[in-house]
Design a protein around this ligand. Sequence first.
Ligand code: SAM
Length: 214
Amino acid sequence: MNDNFQHKGLRKKLVETVKKKGIQSERVLNALNSVPRHLFMDSSFVHFSYADQAFPIGAGQTISQPYTVAFQTELLELKPLEKVLEVGTGSGYQAAVLVEMGVKVFTIERHRELFLKAQSTLNSLGYKPEFFYGDGYKGLPSFAPFDKILITAGATEVPSDLLDQLKIGGILVVPLGDRKSQTMVKLVKESEDKFTRTEHGSFVFVPLLKGKIG
Ligand code: SAM
C-alpha cells in the first residue's frame, strides 16, 4: 500500500485544518494524522482524499468529512481499551481512526458490498476491528454492553436497542434530524432509563436505514 511523503504532507495539512476548525484533542488529531485516508477511497479520488470533504464510496454512500470524523470521535471521550460500537462502517475510515485511539472496535454495516470492501481495506492496513454485516438499528446484543456507541448516519430517532446496549456512564453520539440536516446529539447514560442530552451543531449525513442490503 502506497503512503508516500506527498500523502503524509497533505495529511499533516489536513490535520492543521481540522485543528483550526476547533478540534482540540491531541489524541484525536494524532489518530487522524496516522490513517492514510487516500487508501479508503477509489483511486480516481486520490487527489481529493486530503480535502476536508465527504466523498462518494459507492452504493450511494459517503466517507465522512475528516472534520466530522474528528468531531464525533472527540465527543466520545474515548479511554484506552474501551468497547466501542460504530454503526455505519462505510469505507472503514472512522473505524481505523477509532482503532488508532486504542479502543476495541465493533463496526456494523448494512450494505454487503461496503462491508466486504471495508473489511479488505482495513485488514490490508493491519487494522483489526470486529466486522459485522447487518442492521445497526438492532446493535450487537451478544457483544453488549458498550462503553461508547457512535452512529455515523443521520437518524430520525435513537434506536432503543442501542440505548439498552450502552453501559451506565457510557456515551452515545448520533446525528439526529430529518433527511436534510441533523443535530449532533450526545447522550450520557446516567441510569437504566435516564440520559443527559447535549447538542453540538448541525451536520448532514446519509440516512440511517433499517434492514440490510445484500
Ligand atoms: N463511518 C463511515 C466511514 O468512515 O466511511 C461513513 C459512514 S456513511 C456516512 C454511513 C454508513 O451507514 C453507510 O455506509 C450506510 O450504508 C450505513 N448505514 C445506514 N444505515 C445503517 C444501518 N441500519 N446499519 C448499519 N449501517 C447502516
